[in-house]
Every structure is written in C-alpha cells, then in structure tokens.
Design a protein around this ligand. Sequence first.
Ligand code: SF4
Ligand code: SF4
Length: 216
Amino acid sequence: MRNDQDSPIRGYFNNIWLTVYTILVGMRTSLKYCFAKTVTVQYPDVAPVLQPRYRGFHFYEIEKCIACDQCAKACPVDCIYIEKSGPRKVDKETGLAVGGAMTRYAIDYAKCMFCGLCTDPCPTQCIHMGNVHDMSGYTRESMIVEFTELAKQGLQTPQPVWMQKDKLPKWAQVRKQEWLEFTRSDDKLTGKRDLRRQSMLRALEPSEPAKKKGKS
Ligand code: SF4
Ligand code: SF4
C-alpha cells in the first residue's frame, strides 16, 4: 500500500488540502456567529441582565449571626474571617442573636469563588449570596469587605465603586436607588423606622446578659 511518505508529491498536495479544509471549518464557525443574534451587552451603558439565582457579593444579616464559624468551615478557600468577644446565641423571643459582640465578619473577595457553600450550613440563615455583581479594588487589601464596618453604616452588602460616582447612566441611577432602599429599608414587619439598623448596631456590642456575666 502506498502512503504520503512513498509519494512526496501526494503528501505535498495533501498538506495543502488539509490547510484549506481546516481554514474553511474555522471560517464556517465564524460565519455562523456573524449572522447569529448578538449576546454582547454594552455594559456599563446598558444594564446587565442578572439571572434570578445569580450569586453576587454576599448579603449578611449581622443581627442574626451567632458567630458559629460554620460558614467559615464550609468555605473551600478559607476566605471568611470571624471574631467575637464572647459566645452568641439566638434569643428565642426576638429571633436575634445575643451575647458577645461581633468584632469582625469579613470576606476576602480576592479569594472568594462565589460558590455559595458558606450559605448552606448557616443555622440562622443570615448569610446569603446577594446580587451586587460589580465591585473592583485597586489593591488586594481593598477586596476584603469588612461586613462589621458596613453594619455601622446600616449596610448589609458592599456598595459597588461605580455607585459612588456622580455621573451615572440612567439604568444605574435606578439601580442605585433600589440598592439604597434594599440595604437601608425599614423593618417590613413592624414598620418601625430603623429597627433593623438598631439591631445591627446592637450586634456590634455585647448584649446585657453578656455584659453582666463579664462583670461577675
Ligand atoms: S461563596 Fe464560596 S468561596 Fe466565597 S465565601 Fe462562600 S464558601 Fe467561600
Ligand atoms: S453567618 Fe451563619 S454560619 Fe456564619 S458565623 Fe454567622 S451564624 Fe454561623
């Protein structure tokens, strides 16, 4: 049986054919996408469409957190940092956590994979994947979000850098307003203004029973 090695001329033309054929295959794919519906979003001029189960920067309810470390243990990249001044537990009457103060709850987004594994084991369901999708920083340190610091401002999720700018496209102005209302909303159940904010601030201080215990 003859092959290309037996016939250099046949090998030469075979190579030419293979080159032309593979180019045609590649061009066929390119041409197909030339006429397909475009999926590119002209962000930031146009709002991105987020799917309902999109996993963005976390949404954290400090007032319910008992600092049990379950989320940190579940995290595959060890990017959750938790510190407390004493044990915390849920007060059955209010459903809020009491005891020692939350002195730190931080997530390093330079490491986070947005896998959502931290949200599953939380016994008080106070850590959720949020829908903030665009946050950037100029240093690695700036990618660490201190949720305890955000709580002092009444915030439960980080504010994207673009929201802090004055000139925003129209969709972004609307989204900023929604974000502010969402993160700073009043307590929906009681209608009492700033109730949640007060609960958040209380979580940063030892609660009364813990204070008494500490004195004795
Ligand atoms: S989303 Fe995944 S990687 Fe990010 S903090 Fe949670 S468990 Fe860790
Ligand atoms: S967020 Fe949930 S799992 Fe993590 S420390 Fe707080 S209570 Fe525990």
